[in-house]
Ligand binder design. Structure first.
Ligand SMILES: Cc1cc2nc3c(=O)[nH]c(=O)nc-3n(C[C@H](O)[C@H](O)[C@H](O)COP(=O)(O)OP(=O)(O)OC[C@H]3O[C@@H](n4cnc5c(N)ncnc54)[C@H](O)[C@@H]3O)c2cc1C
Length: 477
């Protein structure tokens, strides 16, 4: 089969682009090197839906951030993804920073960001009592929010698949041949996919995929380390608290997550594309800086730490979204660093327009259904709904993850619903089994058993996150 469009990279950009294209009468294949969707920058970031006061007016970042953020709430409602319009503050500790905060306000006004005001330190502490007494003032942004980036991507890909798109996992693109009409996209293990048009949304590796199309960009990885605190600490602040940005980035934030945890980070360091390690130095920096914003951050309640890698483009600070210079039926999405998550719904529309400019016919698909019914999270149901669910399907009565109250029924649904979870981390991201205080110490063996049984494979074939990440290697006796 020759697809109309092949999208390379199933992060939030590729996932939402697949969903956007499934609105039209097109055959679409989403190609991903990993064993699941949302394994790149989309898996590990601050999860903030930025207001849009940070990007320089006139840039694509400014335009698509403000547009994407305005689209996010409705999109999340359609995809049954948890989104919260919690608002944010950029805090300033001295006069110089206050001047910068006022510049951000002006920038936000120029970008068309709603709900902005500059407030005093006292007003900031009235809104957020945990804030430090050293805060002299802040930019308040009412229009920003928080979302779960991998939930959004999983739901977007699932919805695209419900509308006819295909997903090819474990397909690492190593070569693209163009015969003038079609592309032949080749994987490292010899598999081939053909398509008339190609979208390169390969994140950190979008420069390598662009090179296969004859285009030259250079991506540098910028590492951001984080610490995630237990839900007991999630109420410390309601809003996302940023510090005044510097050249190094937006600085260390303190934020609730949509699931009720507290997130602190990220750092910003250039590194290798393969370096996902957290470091004692990075975590110490986070502690030192986050404690400047808010008092009483309880670091004894840290349940995990992680690293995300920003795909920073050497050629431009702006998003690069353009038709390939050498291969006119291909679109490059390069340098999609922050605010890429916030902008992603608007980026998907922009890419569809670029495909149309490149000659692809976009004819509406009357059967498109943008709503997705996701697996219900048992813990969020009322007692009556829980009883009803257990009556219909007894596996909802068996709690597998005690920290997050995740039932066997939800895990089975995660393995059965597109895009299907096939690994322990895949189940974790869809259900939260293993995301609580014990980080899977209790439930991982049970989740392993359920995956093995459902996929009809041996327990020792179950992996944490694909490839060689097996947990069990055989029986002792
Ligand atoms: C530390 C950090 C903090 C951030 N905070 C925010 C924030 O708060 N708000 C915000 O708006 N944005 C934020 N961002 C930016 C946001 O996370 C990214 O812009 C967004 O996730 C990029 O999505 P993507 O789909 O372009 O890339 P990715 O999610 O990286 O997806 C690219 C995919 O391509 C696949 N791939 C790569 N090469 C190949 C190949 N050869 N063949 C097949 N597949 C391939 C990868 O496996 C990957 O799954 C942050 C980023 C980081 C790292």
């Amino acid at each position: 089969m020759i697809y109309d469009v092949a999208i390379i990279g199933a992060g939030v950009v590729g996932g939402l682009t697949a969903r956007q294209l499934s609105r039209y009468k097109l055959s679409v294949c989403l190609i991903e090197a990993g064993c699941d969707v949302a394994l790149g920058a989309t898996k590990a970031n601050s999860a903030i839906v930025h207001g849009g006061y940070d990007p320089v007016p006139g840039t694509l970042k400014a335009e698509l951030n403000v547009k994407g953020t305005a689209m996010m709430e409705k999109l999340c409602e359609e995809l049954e993804v948890h989104y919260k319009n919690n608002g944010s503050m950029v805090v300033a500790f001295d006069e110089e920073q206050l001047e910068h905060v006022k510049k951000l306000y002006q920038r936000g006004i120029a970008n068309g960001v709603p709900g902005l005001s500059v407030i005093s330190g006292d007003r900031a502490r009235e809104i957020e009592p945990a804030l430090s007494k050293n805060i002299a003032g802040a930019l308040l942004c009412e229009s920003s929010g928080i979302v779960c980036p991998y939930d959004l991507t999983i739901a977007a890909v699932g919805n695209a698949m419900d509308n006819g798109a295909d997903l090819a996992l474990g397909f690492k693109v190593v070569d693209i041949k163009d015969n003038g009409e079609n592309y032949e996209i080749c994987s490292d293990d010899g598999a081939k996919i053909q398509a008339r048009y190609v979208v390169n949304s390969a994140g950190l590796y979008s420069d390598e995929v662009a090179r296969m199309l004859g285009d030259e960009y250079h991506i540098t990885a910028k590492k951001g380390e984080y610490m995630l605190l237990d839900k007991s600490e999630g109420g410390l602040v309601k809003k996302t608290i940023f510090q005044t940005p510097t050249k190094a980035g937006k600085g260390i934030l303190v934020s609730p997550t949509v699931d009720g945890n507290l997130l602190v980070g990220p750092t910003s360091e250039k590194t290798d594309k393969g370096d996902k390690a957290t470091t004692p130095g990075g975590l110490d920096t986070i502690k030192e800086k986050a404690s400047m914003s808010a008092d009483n951050i309880n670091y004894r309640a840290v349940i995990t730490s992680f690293t995300g890698l920003r795909a920073s483009c050497d050629e431009s600070d702006d998003f690069i979204l353009e038709i390939s210079k050498h291969s006119k039926r291909a679109i490059n999405a390069v340098g999609i660093d922050s605010p890429g998550l916030s902008s992603s719904p608007a980026i998907a529309e922009y890419i569809a327009q670029l495909l149309s400019d490149a000659g692809l016919k976009l004819e509406e698909n009357a059967d498109f259904c943008g709503r997705r019914v996701n697996c219900k999270h048992f813990r969020t149901l009322s007692e009556a709904e829980k009883n009803e669910m257990i009556k219909k399907e007894p596996s909802y009565g068996r709690v597998i993850c005690r920290c997050e109250t995740v039932t066997e029924g939800e895990i089975l649904e995660a393995i059965r619903q597109n895009p299907k979870a096939t690994t322990i981390d895949g189940v974790k991201r869809r259900t939260r089994a293993g995301m609580g205080r014990c980080q899977g110490g209790f439930c991982m063996p049970f989740v392993t058993d359920i995956i093995a049984k459902e996929l009809k494979i041996a327990r020792c074939q179950v992996t944490k996150t694909g490839g060689k990440s097996r947990l069990l290697f055989g029986k002792t006796k």
